[in-house]
Design a protein around this ligand. Sequence first.
Ligand code: FAD
Length: 320
Amino acid sequence: MQNGILVYCEFENGSPRKTAYELLQKAVALGAGPVSALVLGSGDTSSLGANGASTVYQVSSPHLASYSTGAYVKALAAGIVASGCSTLLAAASSPARDAMPRLSARIGAGLGVEVTDLRNEGGKVVGRRPVYGGKALVDVRVQSALAMFTVRPNSFPIAAPTGGSAPVVAVDAGLSDADIDVRVVETLAPANKSVDLTEADRIVSGGRSLKSKEQFDAVVRPLAAALGATAGASRAAVDAGYAGHGEQVGQTGKVVNPSLYIALGISGAIQHLAGMRTSRVIVAVNKDAEAPIFQYASYGIVGDLFEIAPLLQKELENLK
Ligand SMILES: Cc1cc2nc3c(=O)[nH]c(=O)nc-3n(C[C@H](O)[C@H](O)[C@H](O)COP(=O)(O)OP(=O)(O)OC[C@H]3O[C@@H](n4cnc5c(N)ncnc54)[C@H](O)[C@@H]3O)c2cc1C
């Protein structure tokens, strides 16, 4: 009989990503059966038990050293079989966005994507997700015996770990060279070492109004640094070369879900809103009081960003 929740825990540099703890703790809070963790590849799994996993299923294989769709989908499927779970949760990361739909089709299990909330309805996990660029929310009830969800990072708070450990069960997914459809030949670390935008808890974004890369670097990045935030940008700023493509927020950029989103000189086009509208607190700085972004902002400052951003930065630095 299938039961419980399996959380696919992604790792980075040998340690679980923040999303692993977020999802494990939420899975426990749902109270929909035992919670276990699925780890693909090697890494330090010792903290997973303290964050809610009662068992860690680990697929170790040299074929999982870097992401490859074929190998990861096969390993995820093996983890599901080993755990006997009725629900699989994964962060809505780039690899999971690639792997989960394929997994869904391969094993015939329904998938709810990009959910920002989860609840337990009579033992069945139900997801809730924003649609139409965040204008409405829909509930996602998966009909198949196994329900799978990808969850937008930062949807749930992370509490201090409670202590405890979990046994590790090795799972053999039978991986071979034939499962590797793409080979990673080189990994280039970004020059910018800040937290990945999709997982960032605070973001400071700049728009076309920054007018040059030099001004973007002189205004947006120092404010982000003073706030312990990650820098983001509108597409207009990226297209103009003020920021990197990996920093673009929006429909054709990254979807972010931070506690705090500061938009500096960004008009609030629907395609930008699609990427940041679920942020908990939105602060907009714009010299046009009629800018659409103000309709979505928790706090709005009508003024020149070149005056306001340095003032905010100075105040934040004084707090340190
Ligand atoms: C298919 C498609 C996909 C798209 N995907 C994305 C996407 O992923 N992300 C995205 O962001 N956009 C996307 N866009 C583009 C989007 O429609 C807008 O063009 C873009 O978001 C505008 O960027 P912006 O707000 O920086 O620039 P603008 O719209 O030009 O706004 C600049 C704002 O800065 C204000 N301003 C100017 N000077 C100052 C100052 N000194 N101080 C304070 N405020 C000032 C102005 O009042 C204005 O509101 C997409 C468009 C299409 C068609």
